[in-house]
Design a protein around this ligand. Structure first.
Ligand SMILES: [Zn+2]
Length: 370
């Protein structure tokens, strides 16, 4: 039920999600566990009841999709693109490209829950006509029960997401409001703190009633709040720094005509995993550790570097803000970024460099405090 900014640690390149269609240029995907969930619901109920349930769950997810589109379209109006929307059995995620300003975040965060409240408002007269009244504990398979249950689900989605705590949309609303006066980090710490306190409270309630579902929700809220906090604190350490502040300048290159045996030797000799491939002064590719292993397996020791390097490597200017560099890693490809001015290789940035940079900035910020 949330929008995420894409500036977190590298993710696995395997997405396990099926692309469905595009809305306004935004790819909509469904995670494969969602289909397992549908099958489980359908088979669990069996027969006609199973069909009704599968229809109901699908309808709810259509509403979740509209919720995420609410976030994405308002983001788009504020000049922020959405990389994709993915639906999971526990909800949807709209992956935004870039970080909105507080006022923009406020509008984007509110848009999702508002969509569900509008759907609930539209369904209300239909339920009143079919059912005569709004029954919150309605049975799905009774007359008018389907629409009434959908109304209740949308009301729940809208209100639950407005709880002012991370990782709910309300947490973003709270952060955005606090962010008008406070720093990003301090605003997130408060919103995440509220989220974790709420999750602990919810955990006790779940234990008291022995409710597994409530316990899962509590765990989801607790972990989500922690993740958001980590991402924001991490980002705050990168702010104001460029690629040139974190890149390594001591590294070795390899010539395209070198043998794979030579490449293997270079890999063993030092701690460097990936080697820029050069012809004279010109950089023409990148030889990764995986490529060395694969190359040796395919062609043996006598193969050449040129046959196994990647020509499409990631490159960045030394003046690129570090937050932008993090995004270059977010496609899941762990290969380092070659730092180049024009065509001149001046450095290399690996995800380990970034982690070390964050660790050192963290240590420095502590020494200022003490
Ligand atoms: Zn949301």
């Amino acid at each position: 039920m949330s929008e995420q900014t894409n500036s977190q640690a590298p993710k696995s390149p395997v997405t396990w999600s099926l692309p469905l269609f595009e809305v306004s240029g935004i790819p909509i995907r469904v995670h494969f566990t969602f289909f397992l969930f549908l099958a489980w619901i359908g088979l669990g109920h069996g027969g006609m009841s199973g069909v009704v349930w599968v229809g109901f769950i699908t309808s709810i997810f259509a509403c979740v999709l509209l919720h995420e589109l609410g976030h994405a379209l308002v983001a788009k109006r504020n000049g922020i693109q959405t990389r994709h929307i993915t639906l999971y059995p526990i909800g949807g995620v709209a992956m935004l490209d870039g970080k909105p300003k507080p006022r923009q975040e406020l509008a984007i965060a509110l848009a999702g829950p508002m969509v569900n409240l509008v759907i609930a408002a539209v369904l209300t007269p239909i339920v009143l006509i079919l059912y005569g009244r709004i029954d919150l504990s309605t049975n799905l398979e009774t007359k008018g029960g389907f629409v009434c249950s959908l109304l209740v689900a949308n009301l729940t989605l809208g209100l639950f997401n407005l709880i002012p705590a991370f990782p709910m949309d309300g947490g973003r609303v709270l952060r955005a409001v606090l962010n008008l006066k406070r720093s990003d980090r301090s605003a997130t710490q408060i919103a995440a703190g509220v989220g974790q306190a709420l999750a602990i409270g919810l955990g006790f309630v779940a234990a008291y009633y022995g409710s597994v579902i409530l316990f899962i929700v509590a765990a989801f809220v607790f972990l989500g709040a922690g993740q958001e906090l980590t991402a924001t604190v991490t980002r705050s350490f990168l702010e104001g720094h460029n690629v040139s502040d974190a890149m390594q300048t001591q590294f070795r290159t390899i010539t395209s005509g070198a043998s794979m045996d030579h490449a293997a030797q270079m890999l063993i000799e030092g701690s460097q995993h990936d080697f820029p491939v050069v012809v004279g002064e010109e950089v023409i590719g990148l030889l990764t550790r995986n490529a060395i292993a694969k190359g040796l397996a395919m062609d043996g020791a006598t193969g050449f570097v040129a046959g196994h390097m990647v020509r499409e490597f990631k490159r960045a200017d030394p003046s690129l803000p570090l937050e932008g560099a993090v995004e270059l890693f977010s496609d899941g490809d762990p290969a380092p970024i070659l730092v180049m001015t024009e065509d001149q290789l001046v450095g290399m940035l690996t995800s380990e460099n970034l982690s070390e940079f964050i660790m050192l900035e963290h240590a420095r910020s502590r020494s200022h405090k003490g």
